[in-house]
Design a protein around this ligand. Structure first.
Ligand code: RP5
Length: 162
């Protein structure tokens, strides 16, 4: 069984620059994660095995990022009861609206919690996963509260010149 409770998966190496934002947030909060490339189209058997074994491997939440015809989060949600958080990766051709539409409009019964397009969405996916785990982990809840308070404290009241 893996010690990681969060799985981060992405459709391609090219998604890593975006998805690393989720991994960085989890690292800030001292949450172990397992990171893999799993493509709905190029490695469908890997997707199948990942989804079928996710619960037994000890995962609690899966963050799935993909761009374009972004079927990875939805297909993963069809293979596991674990919460799947979807990150639409920004694309060159259609700016990530294609990714967003591919992820967000799931049929009733198989939800994906869809974040914003791009880096902010990936970072928020990390925070969303942390919030889910914090429901049953008091130490993590404290770390998450502190992280949020630090962000709030970093916002100045008055804008300065850059
Ligand atoms: C998707 O196709 C991946 O999630 C990626 O965002 C996109 C392009 O992949 P590459 O052609 O860069 O490998 O499956």
């Amino acid at each position: 069984m893996t010690t990681a409770k969060v799985g981060i998966i992405m459709g391609s190496q090219s998604d890593w620059a975006t998805m690393k934002e989720a991994a960085d947030i989890l690292a800030d909060l001292n949450i172990a994660c397992d990171v893999q490339i799993v493509s709905a189209h190029r490695t469908p058997d890997r997707l199948w095995t990942y989804g079928k074994t996710a619960v037994d491997r000890g995962l609690h939440v899966i963050i799935a990022g993909a761009g374009g015809a972004a079927h990875l989060p939805g297909m993963m949600a069809s293979k596991t009861r674990l919460p799947v958080i979807g990150v639409p990766v920004q694309t060159k051709a259609l700016s990530g609206v294609d990714s967003l539409y591919s992820i967000v409009q799931m049929p009733r019964g198989f939800p994906v919690a869809t974040m914003a397009i791009g880096a902010a969405g990936a970072a928020n996916a990390g925070l969303m996963a942390a919030g889910i785990l914090a429901l049953s982990d008091a130490d993590l809840a404290e770390r998450l509260e502190a992280w949020r308070a630090a962000l709030t404290d970093s916002i100045p009241e008055v804008p300065g010149d850059d």
